[in-house]
Design a protein around this ligand. Sequence first.
Ligand code: FAD
Ligand code: DLZ
Ligand code: SF4
Length: 511
Amino acid sequence: MSALRFILGDQLSRSIPALRGIDRHRDHVLMVEVAEETTYVPHHKQKIAFVLSAMRHFAEALRADGIAVDYVRLDDPDNTGSFTGELERAVRRRLPDEVFVTEQGEYRVLEAIEGWNARLNIPVHLRPDDRFFCTTVDFARWAEGRRSYRMENFYRSMRERTGILMQDGEPEGGRWNFDAENRKPWPADRKPPERLRFPPDAVTRDVIDLVDRQFPGHFGDLDGFGWGVTRADALASLESFVADCLPFFGDYQDAMRSGEPFLYHATLSPYLNAGLLTAREVCTRAAEAYAAGHAPLNAVEGFVRQLLGWREFVRGVYWFRMPDYKDTNALGAGRALPSFYWTGETDMNCLAQAIADTRHQAYAHHINRLMITGNFALLAGVAPAEIEAWYLCVYADAYDWVELPNVHGMSTFADGGLMASKPYAAGGAYIDRMSDYCGGCRYRPKLRSGPGACPFNYLCWAFLIRNAPTLGGNHRLAMPYRTIARWDEERRAAILAEAEAFLDGLPTGYP
Ligand code: FAD
Ligand code: DLZ
Ligand code: SF4
């Protein structure tokens, strides 16, 4: 018996189930660079370069370990451009008795995989992806029968189940959550640590040239590409994060700063999502740093919550609710995405900064995603599918399973509160408190209306007025709705008109 073991571009882990039980004398690993994956959205050029270079390095590492790898490059003249086409060609080349593949990360790919058994006439074994703490079956068990899903409840169950940051069945430090301590703005005189960047080697330079040639119209810059592309790079990034950033991760988790995209954030998501690191080893390393007295509990708990909580939670919601999940639009949002999301050309400095970081780094940290680009799209009423496609394009860590719930559920409230108890809508005061963006902006965060007023202010009120039929009864929004109730009809109409005029003046479309 010989087997073909198909490894997809986000499965670059030596522990990947499709590799288990490999016979080095008979089996082949298949890896393919295909146009379908590089173009289903016009991904950031750095994302494509990162994934393809990491794939090529992973294939080399397997070969160095005596494993035969059948690797198809993007510019191979016979490349059919799809997973299915390349698997069919490889089966004809290698004549295996069976195929092993690990569960895909995206629903789109599941639809293709489901046809493989019938097409290939040999058994295709789809193995569950056990790199996550929570299986899709366990999540379904947790979620079944609930009307809404709250991350905090899920996270506590995961802490209990894994024993991470637990003492004798109780949460370490006597509390589950240290969020209240984790909202400090960035002090003006503080300098974030230098981050580990990796100068491209010959393989990465080849891939960068390929991406430059083949995807000139895609979003983002390639200069300054500094992502690691091997398991060793990813481990070095983890160690550097633990040493220099983790101790302060909690305190400044929500802070934003011009020209400083990373602050104390991990910048590990591309490695985690491609398989170069596992969430288990990252959480273990963080818990060790706490045990050794290197990092305080508010930092380590805050960090572990992102991985053991949020990351597992969004994956659970994705697989439990897809494919219908993406079609809901609870707030009836239908505006086209403003062009400045692609060009960065806007006089709203917060958006210009967050989008510039995104172009240059294929990265922006969570609060820039949620409270700047996400918040604006929410307030403007951008159609969920349009803003989802943008997020799926622009970040090196973007995959449907993690992007979609974050955007559809958390950021746009398109699922009507399945994941979040209220929309993350905020005016200029929040952005001014948590960043230095407003100081460099032509608008004033304290002005509510008029030519110099921060657009987030009147957009936020207009959002609440417009969506009163859906959100008016939400007890977490009782305070702003009480304020609105004191206004007369004329004042509400004026706010709506100011917001409409501003939004109607924004060019839309991909430039
Ligand atoms: P840190 O802030 O240092 O957090 C550590 C790790 O926790 C991250 O590496 C990540 O693996 C995990 N994590 C943190 N928050 C989340 C979250 N909300 N959901 C899932 N995992 C989380 N993350 C992606 O990996 N891919 C995406 O496509 C993506 N799209 C997003 C879109 C929106 C609108 C929002 C609000 C968030 C999105 N996130 C996404 C979550 C989060 O912003 C990123 O994981 C994080 O910014 C990655 O940077 P970091 O490694 O420095 O994270
Ligand atoms: C993101 C990505 C890109 C850009 N290119 C490839 C590719 O050429 N070959 C490949 O195997 N994977 C790629 N990926 C990652 C896939 O999109 C990801 O593996 C699927 O979505 C399955 O979740
Ligand atoms: Fe953004 Fe408003 Fe501040 Fe300008 S004033 S940076 S638009 S929040």
